[in-house]
Design a protein around this ligand. Structure first.
Ligand SMILES: Cc1ncc(COP(=O)(O)O)c(C=O)c1O
Length: 482
């Protein structure tokens, strides 16, 4: 078991020495009010430089990321991020500028903000973008605030409800709720798609809109999207697109053409920024022209060859983030799009869909598949067969995968499928890698039948085995106490 850095502390190690004072010494009590002074000296661990380096290197070796291996976390698009994006975002001209610098000294950065908005507009079929939101959920909030502002501006205050399908990501109902809407759940039909009859029955003049992702969280394309859009629009509502799944359609079709009025994208998924660990991410929001007045301010405008910010927007929902968004992530997305070009984006999408269908085809030989048809960039299988034959659950299979060196897929989501395993290989994986993952899953299916206990007790190769997941999530101990 690794010790904490505090436990490696050696008293009197004398690991650092401050140079002699060059100014008169001033007692703390003379400068800091008495009640703010510490009662006891704080413990700062003292270890030698080499031990410090070894400690953090050891910890970093334990982290599993897409640079270590296959990471098929469905709904998360954990694709490989080309290193050129990192290089570009760290160029001193980008990394060392300050948002308070005079505009004329940051024209290049403003050009990137402006052009990325235009490129995302082209990719998605939307008219304007804001790059301020710092994550997908944050983008949802900004987008749904604009929907609310639109109805309010028209004096249509009755629309207090937001429709969300039962397969939606949890952030959708949470966003609607945070912005002040009551959530109406729309059922999925037996094909895993929005139940059009249920949608029609629930659409009313109290509904502000529908939040939808396409393909949905089962990886299935909403084939009736045009009918869905018509129902919502004819009822006076707006259509919100959760663009977390754009990787499945980019370069092929566009949410703007499907009838969506407001969308968000996750640059940290589709547009190749490393993803996870809480950020930084970026969730730009795109809108159709008729919503332009409500965009968060400021927006970047171009006059002649020069860029400036427009703050004079009286109907704006206001600022949703300090300054102009997570600029480093914006530079990475810009670099990625410029590097691969429009053909490259299309190719990435097609490879992602091909890889998902290749895995789906092979894995369904041993695992139950609730919706047996072509998927987009991800798909859902379940542990139903293993449950019925040997009482082995999805969680056991996910844990056992770690012994085979794989990050488990998303489990128990979407909520409408029991024992769900949601798998998204992404476009960046080779056929060899997919085959070795299939072999591991096949081997686990065999173990379930012939050596059940090894699966039930997994993982066997990690530093910590099974934890009480609920306690670990709800009451994590993240503080060291002496
Ligand atoms: C379908 C879907 N919508 C929204 C989100 C929220 O995005 P973020 O994690 O960037 O807030 C996610 C994140 O995984 C998602 O999968």
């Amino acid at each position: 078991m690794t010790k904490l850095i505090f436990e490696k502390h050696i008293a009197e190690a004398n690991t650092f020495e401050l140079p002699p004072l060059e100014v008169p010494e001033v007692g703390l009590s003379e400068t800091v009010p008495e009640h703010l002074l510490r009662e006891n000296a704080t413990v700062i661990p003292e270890v030698s430089e080499v031990e410090l380096i070894r400690h953090y290197t050891e910890l970093s070796n334990r982290a599993y990321g897409v640079d270590n291996g296959f990471y098929p976390l469905g709904s998360c698009t954990m694709k490989y991020n080309p290193k050129i994006n990192e290089w570009a975002s760290r160029l001193p001209g980008f990394a060392q500028i300050h948002p308070y610098q005079p505009r004329e000294t940051v024209q290049g950065a403003m050009q990137i903000l402006y052009e990325l908005g235009k490129m995302l507009g082209e990719i998605t079929g939307m008219d304007h973008f804001t790059l301020q939101p710092a994550a997908g959920a944050h983008g949802e909030m900004a987008g749904v605030m604009m929907i609310k502002a639109y109805h309010n501006k028209r004096g249509d205050f009755k629309r207090t409800k937001m429709m969300v399908p039962d397969s939606a990501h949890g952030t959708n109902p949470a966003t609607a709720n945070v912005v002040g809407f009551d959530v109406i759940e729309i059922k999925s039909n037996d094909r895993g798609l929005v139940d059009l009859d249920d949608l029609k029955a629930k659409m009313s003049d109290e509904v502000a809109g529908l939040m939808l992702t396409n393909p949905n969280t089962l990886g299935l394309f909403e084939e009736e999207i045009q009918e869905i859009a018509a129902v919502v629009h004819e009822g006076g509502g707006l259509l919100y697109y959760d663009g977390a799944n754009l990787n499945a359609i980019m370069g092929i079709c566009r949410p703007g053409d499907m009838g969506f009025d407001v969308i968000h994208l996750n640059l940290h998924k589709t547009f190749a920024t490393p993803h996870g660990g809480g950020g930084p991410g970026s969730g730009p929001v795109g809108i159709k022209d008729f919503l332009a007045d409500f965009l968060p301010k400021p927006i970047v405008i171009k006059k002649g060859d020069s860029y400036s910010f427009d703050y004079d927007r009286p109907d704006s929902i206001g600022r949703v983030k300090n300054f102009y968004g997570n600029f480093g992530v914006i530079v990475k997305a810009y670099t990625y799009i410029m590097a691969v070009g429009s053909e490259g984006l299309k190719d990435a999408c097609q490879q992602a869909v091909l890889n998902a269908n290749y895995l789906r085809y092979h894995l369904q030989k041993k695992y139950h598949i609730p919706f047996d048809r072509l998927c987009k960039h991800e798909f859902v299988i379940t542990a139903r067969n293993q449950m019925e034959s040997n009482h082995v659950a999805t969680l056991d299979i996910a844990k056992r995968l770690m012994d085979y060196g794989y990050h488990p897929p998303t489990v128990y989501f979407p909520l409408i499928v029991k024992e769900a395993m949601m798998i998204e290989p992404t476009e960046t994986e080779s056929r060899e890698r997919l085959d070795s993952f299939i072999a591991a899953m096949d081997e686990i299916a065999r173990e379930v039948r012939e050596n059940t206990q090894i699966v039930l007790d997994a993982p066997h190769t990690t530093v910590i085995g099974r934890v009480d997941e609920v306690t670990a999530a709800r009451s994590p101990i993240v503080k060291w106490e002496e």
